[in-house]
Design a protein around this ligand. Structure first.
Ligand code: PGA
Length: 272
């Protein structure tokens, strides 16, 4: 597929609009749609500086997409199969997600990598399937605590980015989410300095492959982002948004995170 990466603006950092993405994981039934209704009314009058995405379980995508129509909330899936259709009991394909109203899909989340033994090659194939279906792929990468302790975090993440991101990736169809595995659902977050350093590493890895176009890719941080730490994390230089698990289940808390994404002038981060 030909690559159609936009020419980066001289100050493309300012051009990367922040994204607050909620990953509901295996949480939510019809009753949870009340939170979306609440969120819609909270954001209605705001001039938001961030894009908003909610990735509910597959069972809720269509209803949520219908509710969100005409609002600033986009809807995504949490995973897709690499094939369009076939004998894959229990799986959902990218065209099915698109058909249900999703614009985006998360691929390679660490819970999929760990609990479903997904390798980079699988993530790569899923991202390509997402692109074929016209979906934006949020490709997740991140090291475990053992890998970080052993000083291998950079190499692990660089390898994941290189092997999981397809050649046809562009800043329009692909977003990277850096989620240190040890920070997911644990209440622990990486230090601002570590986040900045890893986002820089990811950007450099993209630059080596995509050249100047790499500057326009959005790179999110994920792992225990909540209302109380969102402002600090979202203003770390190089952080273009957050992938939020637990804290996205509450409209009130997710709204605080969305508001925290309002761009401020980048400030220097003290080493931890
Ligand atoms: P968490 O999950 O915010 O609950 O840590 C983040 C994620 O897994 O995407």
């Amino acid at each position: 597929m030909p690559r159609s990466a936009p020419t980066p603006a001289p100050n493309s950092v300012a051009r990367r609009r922040k994204l607050a993405a909620g990953n509901w994981k295996m949480n939510g039934t019809a009753a949870s749609l009340a939170e979306v209704k609440k969120l819609k009314s909270l954001i209605r009058k705001d001039r938001l500086a961030a894009d908003i995405l909610i990735c509910p379980p597959a069972t809720l995508i269509e209803r949520l997409a219908r509710m969100a129509k005409g609002s600033k909330v986009a809807v995504g899936g949490q995973d897709c199969h690499a094939k369009e259709q076939g004998a894959f009991t229990g799986d959902v394909s990218a065209p099915m997600l698109a058909d249900a109203g999703a614009s985006t899909v998360i691929v390679g989340h660490s819970e999929r990598r760990t609990l479903h033994a997904e390798r980079d090659a699988d993530v790569h194939a899923k991202a390509e399937a997402a692109h074929r279906a016209g979906l934006v792929a949020i490709i997740c990468v991140g090291e475990t605590l053992d890998e970080r302790s052993a000083g291998k975090a950079d190499d692990i993440v660089k390898g994941q980015v290189s092997r999981s991101v397809p050649d046809a990736a562009t800043p329009k169809n692909t977003i990277i989410a850096y989620e240190p595995v040890w920070a997911i659902g644990t209440g622990k977050t990486a230090t601002a300095a570590d986040i900045e350093a890893m986002h820089h590493t990811i950007r450099e890895t993209l630059r080596a492959r995509f050249g100047a176009a790499a500057d326009a890719f959005r790179i999110l941080y994920g792992g225990s982002v909540k209302a109380s730490n969102a402002a600090e994390i979202l203003h770390v230089p190089g952080v273009d948004g957050a992938l939020v698990g637990g804290a996205s289940l509450s409209a009130a808390e997710f709204y605080e995170i969305i508001k925290a994404a309002t761009p401020k002038r980048p400030r220097s981060i003290k080493a931890a």
